[in-house]
Design a protein around this ligand. Structure first.
Ligand SMILES: Cc1ncc(COP(=O)(O)O)c(C=O)c1O
Length: 502
């Protein structure tokens, strides 16, 4: 007889669960008193763990909880720290954490409508809610027909996965238009375009999709130069597209970024869309236009930031990460398309074991056909809880507060002769450098981070110097966007910057 399985009893689950919720609540309340980054060396955390797994049940939950303090916390970079200003912060919030708990408790799989009708339908409704909340044009809604191409939104894990989904959808559409989707001969040479400032996930998507032969394949992934504001230069894009089409290449994908990672630049979507339309391959049709608003898109909740949507009705897809700046725990990338048909054509394969009457009726959405994974968690619960808890007014206040704090920091930096801001603040992202040069800026960032009281990161960007000549420059980045960041935290950061600059 096999041994009995030592499942957790409901009573024990309740007792330990309460303790862990208390633990997480205390952590969240006190994280601001910790150093933002850990002082651990490589291997130090692993050395605290046994080399082999427990052979028998430990049966001591108190010891497991104690190890969170002893082993985990000393080895963490505290992303929920109110003075975490690095990269783009990754928001957690009470409602989203509780939704994660419920989602795990339900353990539901929403790969098909039939394996989780509520998982699917709540997700569809959340994406429609957010399309409305962000002021997106109706073509991205789940009920949009778009001449039979169909619109709608889905939660992808990350913006990187969203870019990959968009790229393979674009390629599928071009193959269909060219009538080569069933050919056994070689593919044409497909090409993709994005700016020199766009996120590396675009090039990576091309690598994974088999369009780029390597990370540095600049023949198939063309990096378009930028203007002085580090926005994609649409006329340079037009020239590249024209040149490639003339050489028999097939442009399948163009990514515009709405809020670049380095400096928060917003690419000009109307001019990009115009270039894509004008320089469509004669047989394949226009390339797929994807708008990557992973970070900046959260600000769409505020009507005053909707200028970035100009021309978005010409984009085939758009993604926004609430896990960056909309109080929703990682992972949650909102991905809308106005050409669902091409997306599902690229992603759908139906083995016998997934066949079911609901899918065959054509009346339901099966989200497994919208991305790479088959299995999928109930992530829409996070959005549902967050939207119901904060309401749109709460989310607007949240974004507006961070933008205001960034404006204040920008003003302080501009008023101080030791610093210069070659680029304008973008929403809640401020980039600056020391007039004393790159080494001084690098030293400032390193000094602040070494102190542990705040954390920032940097970028190197080609910004105009004296005489308008653009040279790569080391810029400190302050991304305001952690859940609990308040004015006092930005004041604290300013004191650190002031001190570190000497
Ligand atoms: C503009 C932009 N796009 C894409 C990404 C990648 O996001 P994810 O981690 O969701 O793949 C980032 C991450 O910072 C980003 O800033």
């Amino acid at each position: 007889m096999p041994e009995p399985v030592p499942h957790m009893s409901p009573e024990e689950f309740r007792r330990v669960g309460r303790e862990l919720i208390d633990w997480a609540a205390s952590y969240m309340a006190s994280v601001g008193r910790r150093p933002v980054t850990p002082s651990v060396s490589p291997g130090e955390t692993a050395a605290k763990l046994p080399l082999s797994p427990p052979a028998a049940p430990e049966g001591d939950w108190d010891a497991i909880v104690r190890d969170l303090d002893a082993i985990v916390l000393p080895g963490l970079t505290h992303w929920q720290h109110p003075r975490f200003f690095g990269y783009f912060p990754c928001n957690a919030s009470g409602p989203a954490i509780l939704a994660e708990l419920v989602s795990a408790g339900l353990g539901a799989q929403g790969m098909l409508w039939s394996t989780g009708p509520a998982v699917t339908e709540i997700e569809t409704r959340m994406l429609d809610w957010l399309a409305e909340a962000f002021g997106l044009p109706p073509c991205f809604r789940s009920d949009a027909d778009n001449d039979g191409r169909l619109g709608g939104g889905v939660i992808q894990g990350t913006a990187s996965e969203g870019a990959l989904a968009a790229m393979v959808a674009g390629r599928a559409r071009c193959r269909r238009a060219m009538g080569v989707e069933h050919d056994d001969g070689p593919d044409p040479v497909f090409t993709c375009y994005t700016s020199e400032q766009s996120h590396s996930s675009i090039v990576k998507a091309a690598m994974v999709a088999g369009i780029a032969r390597s990370a540095s394949d600049r023949a198939r992934v063309r990096l378009v130069p930028t203007d002085d504001g580090l926005r994609l230069d649409a006329s340079a894009l037009a020239s590249m597209l024209a040149e490639d089409v003339a050489r028999g290449r097939v442009p399948v994908f163009v990514a515009a970024t709405l809020g670049t990672t380095g400096t928060g630049a917003f690419d000009p979507v109307p001019a990009i869309a115009e270039a894509v339309r004008t320089h469509a391959h004669p047989a394949a049709g226009p390339a797929w236009l994807h708008a990557d608003a992973a970070w900046g898109g959260a600000a769409l909740v505020c009507p005053e930031h909707r200028g970035m949507l100009d021309g978005i009705e010409h984009a085939d897809s758009l993604c926004v990460n609430p896990h960056k700046w909309l109080l929703t725990n990682f992972d949650c990338d909102l991905f809308w398309t106005r050409d669902r048909r091409s997306l599902t054509e690229a992603m759908s394969i139906t083995p016998e074991y997934l066949r079911n009457a609901a899918s065959e009726s054509g009346q339901v959405i099966d989200y497994r056909d919208w991305h790479v994974p088959l299995g999928r968690r109930f992530r829409a619960l996070k959005l549902w809880f967050v939207l119901r808890h904060y309401g749109l007014s709460g989310l607007r206040a949240y974004i507006a507060n961070h933008v205001e704090l960034a404006r204040g920091l920008e003003a302080r930096l501009r008023a101080d002769a030791r610093f210069e801001l070659p680029l304008a603040r973008s929403l809640s992202l401020v980039t600056f450098r020391c007039r004393a040069g790159d080494d001084a800026t690098r030293a400032l960032v390193e000094r602040i981070n070494a102190g542990g009281e705040a954390f920032l990161t940097h970028t190197v960007a080609p910004v105009a110097g004296a005489g308008g000549v653009r040279t790569p420059s080391y810029l400190a980045r302050v991304a305001i966007g952690a859940t609990t960041t308040e004015a006092a935290d930005v004041d604290h950061l300013w004191a650190l910057i002031d001190d570190a600059a000497g």
